[in-house]
Structure formats: structure tokens, C-alpha cells
Unconditional design. Sequence first.
Length: 393
Amino acid sequence: MKSAYFIVLLMLLMPTCVYAVGISGGDLDIETTFVPNTRFRFDFIGIANKLFDGVDYYVYIEAGGLKPYIEFEQERFDNLPKGSSVPIVGYINFPDSLPPPSQGAKICFAEECPQQGSMCGRTAACATVSAKVPQEGKFPMVSLSATNVNQNDPVTFTARINNVGKEIISSCTGFVEIIDMRNKDIGKAEFGKSESLNSFQAREIKATFNTVGVPPGNYSATATIDCDGIKKEAETTFRIGTLNVNIISYPKEIESGGIKRFVTKVESVWNDPIDLFADITINGNGQKIQAKTATYRLDPWKTLEMEAFIDTSELEPAEYDLAIDVLYQGKKSYVKDKIQVVAPMNLTPVEKEVPAKEGGGISTMTMTMILVIVVILLTVVNIFLAIYRKKKD
């Protein structure tokens, strides 16, 4: 029994070490294209931890579709100096076939426990290798994007086509249809014709739509792309903007008795930056208080909080008229409303913290550490007691 307690105490007193390794290279996510019955080489650099000399390291592969086909020039690296680096050279021996559209594996560089510590948290650094596997025949994948524009400016649509099939695609073309949020047809634009696409080659084709006479708002578009008789569809959304700033929020009440912060939130529906400022007026009960914000720059389609400071020293608690004018590029957005001036809130005194007497208690962190140690002690003691009883029997 005494020996069991001695072993537990020895384990708690001996050093515990947790340390880190690294992995580097020109690309930590290497991608290639599957070619049957070929051999593909990849390289990484393993970096030893910077705390200990003489640690042993090894390379291993986590689960992945390429795992059965990967081998290394060297899998173990013994007695490395701290902070040193070693080359990790591997090969993918591709089989006759692999399931599309891709297969991969994770390559990890890990450390063994050093001799300096009895209990060790081993760490590893990992990178990935993957192979794109083509589909049978011609297999176009299509995505669509569009530019946001201002009213009467043309919209450019870009269809990106990627051939993930084994066979060459001779050419692609198509059209895009535009509808508004009420599902009303707005118009159509034709794409140009693409050049041929080899396996895993991508190309872009473009179409232009004239927005003259089209009202500002949000729109959606659907492209139909024909690649050697194989049709694919893709969708996107875009905006047509107008030079306008929406006032979307502002305070409905403000405290009296001093300089108070007043924030007006605005939103742009224009596709270019806008320089703007706001005038705020509180009027009523024989008083008229005015304030102005600084000049801000509002980015396209973004929101912004404009800050002003209003002197409410002369305002008695009551309801007043509120006017907010936001001025920009020769235009003005405004709101007229009511605002309630309220008396300052009575702040509840903050209770003073009573300092703990020295030596009069145990901190939460200390108590947690004690409980963890007790649990470890009880677990280990139970294990040794079970072993002791088994031997005695």
C-alpha cells in the first residue's frame, strides 16, 4: 500500500511536457490530376520542436482515398536537434482507376515522447495531398456571377465553365434571363462562344445587359449554357442602384442635462462611394437645439452610423420635434419625427468589493486544481489496490 502512494506521488512530481512540431512547404494543400498507373511525387518539410534535443519523429497518413497508394522515402527521423528540419518526400502510386470527383489524404509529421518527461502530450503537424479524378465523357460545371451597377449602366454577366470530364469540350455558349423580385421577366442577354476545354480546364464567357429604363432594385438571373449539346443552368443575383441614402434608424429619446451622443444609421443604395453628413434639429417648448455630424464616406450598398453630440442642457423633459437631414452630392434624405427628452437616470451606487482577508480562503482556481489532483490520486490508488488484491488472491 505504501508503495502505491509513493508511485502516485512520484508521478505527480515528475515533469509533464507538451511541445509542438511544424510542417512547411511551398504549398501545404498539394493538388494534382489523376492519371492512371503513374507516380506523383510530393514534398514537405518537417520542423522539430524548439524545446528538446534528441527527440524521435515519424511520418504517418490519416485516412483518405489515397492512403493505400502513398509511400515515403523515409518514415522515421531519430534523435533530431531542437528546431531542426527534415525533408518529407512521398509518392502517390496511382492505380488503374479512382472514384471521381477527387480523392485525398492527410500527411502528418509527429513526435515521440522525449526522455525528459514521464507524461507527454504528443503533437503533430499535417498537410494534405489530393487528386482530381475526371468524370466519364464530357462533364461541364457552370457558375454565374454579375456586377452590381447604377441605374442605366450595363450589367456584365460572367459564366465560368469547368470541364471535369475526360473528354474535350469543343465549345460552349448560351444566354441569361433576368427577372425582378416579383418574378417578372425583364430581358435576356446572349453569351459569346468559348474556345475548347480540355479535361479540368476552365474558361469564362460573358454577356452584357443594358439597364436603360430598368428601375432600381434587386434582380435575379438564370444562365443556360450549352456545351456540345450538354445543357447546364446557373443562377445569381445583382442590384441596380440609384443615388439615394436611406435613414434606417435614430434615437427616439435622449437624456437632458448635458452633451449627449446621437447616432443616425444610414444605408446606401448606390454603387459608388458617397460623401455625406447629417444635420440634427430638436425644436419645441421655446428651444431649438442643432448639431451636425462630421463628413463620412459611405461605401456602396453598405450601412454606416453617423455620430453627433447634442447639448441638451437647456431642454426640459418633454416631447420635441425632431428633424434629421442627410446631405450628399447635391441631394438630401430627411426624416421628421418626435423625440422624447427624459430626465437623467439615477445611477445605482456600485457596491464596494470587500477584499478577502489574507490567508482566509481558497481561490476557485486553486480549488479546481486540488479536486483534479484528488481525482487522479483516487483513480491511481484504486488501480494499484486492484492489482495488489489480484496478486494476493
